[in-house]
Design a protein around this ligand. Sequence first.
Ligand code: NDP
Ligand code: OXD
Length: 308
Amino acid sequence: MAILFVSDIDDPVAWRRELEKRLGPLDFRVWPEIGDPAEIDVALVWRPPRGLLASLPSLRAILALSAGIETLLEDPTLPDVPLCRMVDESLVVTMREFVLAAVLLYHRDLDRYEAQQRRAVWRMRPPRPASATRVGVMGLGALGRPVAETLRDFGFAVRGWSRTPREIEGIACFAGRASLAAFAGGCDVLVNLLPLTPETEGILNAGLFAALPRGAVVINVGRGRHLVDADLIDAVDSGHLRGALLDVFRDEPLPEDHPFWRRPHIRVTPHVAAYTLPESAAEVVAENLRRLSEGRPLLHVVDRMRGY
Ligand code: NDP
Ligand code: OXD
């Protein structure tokens, strides 16, 4: 079975090593050294060039190196073979850490101390209990749910929002568009962990910000196109929002002249909230390669109609 690896951010040497540890020697080709395209059975990819997958006539499966697969679904030439997204503990662990750190930053006023430092102001702000900060998590899937549970276990007052109704102990769960404003009304911190689909694009907009309590914070670790950039800037500039921490952007890398870089209450990180580590994530890829060669159903197949 020939595997084509396509990614400009993942390490092909580490991936090959980890897969071969589990499966033995592999015909592992790294884009653009593809060889005969007709020999490729499986593509292991992060944001491949549009049209590349359609040029592989024998392709039997597409395995994404990422949890989010919207760029693949947006390729009109995407072959009609199973598309599997990445679900792995390394993503969960790193996303949990990142979101907890971000929520604590605001909960413990580190943003305000940073502003005080710039003016050499010594002013103590008495800490509040975690239960006094209400955190809402949009998306309760492979990443959103463990993030929400971690925040709950830390003592925050957590609520979650999903497409279909969910029940999670100690977390107030809301489902569907009709409940979005009610959900948002109780979020001092809003964390976005939705997949990007036609239904969720632009969901972080002026209407949603208006439904948040004054002084709320937005943490976007989903996708840049969930956010209407200008609406966020207006909501922060007007003082309705205290600030935002953004990890994902419409254009990545974030263009040097984008206003987010220089807005005092907007924090930017370079799409690093969660990492897929080959040492752990090779397990699910190896399992899908085994299943493919044995003709068994693959794990984490994307529902193309639903878009995630
Ligand atoms: P999942 O597919 O496991 O979960 C998606 C969740 O979103 C589900 O709870 C689903 O609801 C909910 N959802 C989907 N559509 C809607 C909708 N229209 N309205 C309300 N809820 C909706 O995804 P993951 O948790 O694995 O990943 C989520 C996203 O996180 C990825 O798609 C990616 O964009 C982003 N990500 C960002 C990273 C980073 O480093 N910044 C790293 C990894 C992922 P239901 O439960 O009803 O199905
Ligand atoms: C993503 C990922 O989807 O890194 O952003 O997995």
